[in-house]
Design a binder for this molecule. Structure first.
Ligand code: SAM
Length: 313
């Protein structure tokens, strides 16, 4: 479906759970901030919702969360999504810590691309930013992803001044070691975390750190570069310094059944308890009302009602 501003909406990000086994500082709220709870959609409702979205022209589905691999029924859920007419590609975003035992089966169930979040290669720093996570588990997940039959493996690193800006070269160099893309994402002001008060860093820091590097091409919202001897690309995603609202082709569905047409706009459309036809109409309404753009995130942007672990990153 084409929205009011001429954008073709083809991409749905579905959060299948709010739960996460990590507690990343930029993702989850500090106690007492921006929290809201609600009943989750049933698996049947999720499948119905994806079917309704596919009928409106969604071809690409990203499964996210929370941590999607915490769901015991993740494999049958992926299989059901794969069987939906019109869905041509299913990808999954994970912190990778539970991936080692799931990678093969996920690929067989229908996940073609996988994104693993990894902000540092230092075990102590990993523990700190994730609120207790174990770097070795994430790296084991990465290794498993590389041997499974995904068509693409990407690493997502949120750029954090004073935390991982000294690791840009090392993280980017994973593209020389493995056939992966490493994508640096600008920190979006979501959690109001004190630890990250001054941590925003423009993604231009990456090209500065990597020295002479040529832009290769634009791929969706990412600008791609290739390091010398790189097997994959280094990508820059700049939601803050260079917002891509004009090219935004996505909508989101939260685990508790709210369609969210724009990540930074709290207006949501509740599909809980609806049948497929009603969900179809609700998606249509949500797409029609997708805002032209979100507020300037470097300006006076205040905390949203919800955080990424609830909305789905
Ligand atoms: N648990 C999974 C994971 O860790 O990838 C999926 C959910 S997580 C919300 C999805 C992505 O959102 C991660 O790559 C994470 O780095 C990104 N993310 C969360 N909060 C963010 C923020 N404030 N700014 C930029 N990216 C953020």
């Amino acid at each position: 479906m084409i929205d009011t501003y001429g954008r073709k909406i083809t991409y749905l990000r579905l959060s299948v759970t709010k739960q996460c086994n990590l507690n990343c500082a930029y993702c989850k709220p500090e106690e007492g901030t921006c929290r809201e709870t609600g009943l989750l959609l049933s698996p049947e409702e999720m499948v119905m919702a994806v079917r309704a979205a596919a009928r409106l022209g969604v071809t690409k589905l990203r499964i996210t969360g929370g941590e999607p691999l915490l769901r015991k029924d993740i494999l049958p859920l992926v299989r059901d999504f794969s069987a939906i007419e019109g869905i041509r590609e299913i990808s999954l975003t994970t912190n990778g810590t539970l991936l080692a035992s799931h990678a093969d089966q996920l690929a067989q169930a229908g996940i073609s691309r996988i994104n693993i979040s990894l902000d540092t290669l230092n075990a102590d720093k990993y523990k700190k930013i994730t609120g207790g996570g174990n770097l070795a588990d994430a790296l084991a997940g990465l290794e498993a992803a590389l041997t499974a039959s995904f068509s693409q493996v990407k690493i997502n690193a949120v750029l954090l001044k004073g935390f991982n800006d000294d690791e840009i070269f090392e993280l980017a160099s994973l593209t020389r070691k493995y056939p992966v893309d490493v994508r640096f994402i600008e920190l979006m002001p979501l959690t109001g975390s004190k630890m990250l008060e001054n941590a925003y860093l423009s993604a231009d820091a990456v090209t500065e750190a990597l020295g002479k590097i040529e832009e290769y091409r634009q791929e969706g919202v990412a600008k791609l570069y290739r390091m010398e001897k790189g097997l994959g690309y280094v990508g820059l995603i700049k939601p803050v310094s260079d917002n891509f609202c004009a090219q935004c082709n996505r909508i989101r569905l939260t685990a508790d059944g709210r369609i969210r047409p724009c990540l930074f706009d709290d207006k949501e459309y509740d599909i809980r308890g609806l049948n497929e036809e009603e969900m179809f109409e609700m998606f249509r309404e949500a797409i029609r009302n997708k805002p032209e753009q979100h507020p300037d995130l470097l300006g006076d942007f205040s905390c949203m009602r919800r955080n990424m672990n609830e909305i789905g990153g």
